[in-house]
Design a protein around this ligand. Structure first.
Ligand code: ZN
Length: 273
């Protein structure tokens, strides 16, 4: 059933369509399809909404406005807009059906998830639907930073997903490519980002299929802490990628290196057709 949404909620999606995104807050699948058709029509092509793949970028809306004026989901979505043949949908915890009504989730080839303070507000019923989409439907799942404790991430991993330590005493993180042959590392070279919160190994998860990125945090006292940064798994029919950077006070999702990794991860995580 179509959800009602206000004119105010439509304003941002309108701008998003112009920018190559499909829609934002208040999303529903009917609106997504309509927006996609309009976008295609605008280019003078026939509407082929189903021909495009779909990535949904979800966040809980708690990032500081001075760092992420339109939250983390929008920053990530903007970084994906160069992807050809993809519809990019922005979803938020406060949207109807917590941003993921069945028609949207069922259309998603990949779901990107950023959560931190509101993990417990995510309904178990939604978590079950996400896990089913991954395991049985082959939807890719990309879990970012503090989403190691997100309900869908923990359920997909089946382990506590704890890190050895969480300390806000770092200044920078140097990210290195450990598996250069991996598609998520395509055209990515070593880079350094602003980084205040380090998670230290070990990470309590199943043995990953690949460790694509490692990193070294430089601490305020000059010491360093190496840890895993980007790991992959296969869970049922779906692919899962976890990426450690992304603390809400560091604007890393505007960084071109991180944006490249996100775009690569989306393409990798989608089920091959
Ligand atoms: Zn954090």
């Amino acid at each position: 059933m179509a959800q009602e949404f206000s004119r105010r909620e439509l304003l941002w999606p309108g701008a998003a369509v112009a920018a190559g995104l499909v829609l934002g807050a208040g999303l529903n699948a009917d609106a997504a399809e309509e927006s996609t058709k309009k976008r295609k029509k605008g280019k003078g092509k026939k509407a082929k909404a189903d021909a495009n793949r779909c990535v949904v970028v979800w966040s809980e809306g708690t990032a500081p406005k001075k760092v992420y004026p339109n939250d983390i989901n929008t920053a990530i979505a903007e970084g994906l807009k160069e992807l050809q043949g993809w519809d990019i949908v922005v979803a938020n915890l406060s949207d109807p059906d917590q941003g993921l009504p069945a028609k949207v989730l069922n259309r998603a080839d990949v779901l990107i998830w950023w959560g931190h303070q509101k993990h417990n507000q995510v309904k178990d019923e939604l978590v079950d639907r996400i896990v089913k989409r991954v395991k049985e439907g082959g939807m890719g799942f990309i879990s970012l930073h503090s989403s190691h404790f997100a309900k869908p991430n923990k359920k997909l991993m089946g382990t506590p997903c704890t890190w050895g330590a969480y300390v806000g005493d770092s200044l920078t993180l140097k990210v290195s490519v450990k598996d250069p042959s991996h598609p998520i590392a395509k055209d990515v070279k070593e880079f350094t980002i602003e980084h205040n919160e380090r998670y230290s190994d070990p990470y309590a998860v199943p043995t990953p299929k690949a460790v694509v990125f490692t990193g070294v945090a430089t601490l305020k006292d000059g010491k360093t802490d190496p840890s895993q940064q980007g790991l992959t798994w296969e869970v049922g029919k779906g692919k899962v990628f976890y990426f450690q950077p992304g603390h809400e006070t560091n604007p890393v999702f505007f960084d071109p290196n991180i944006r490249k990794i996100m775009a690569n991860a989306v393409q990798w995580a989608a089920r091959s057709v």
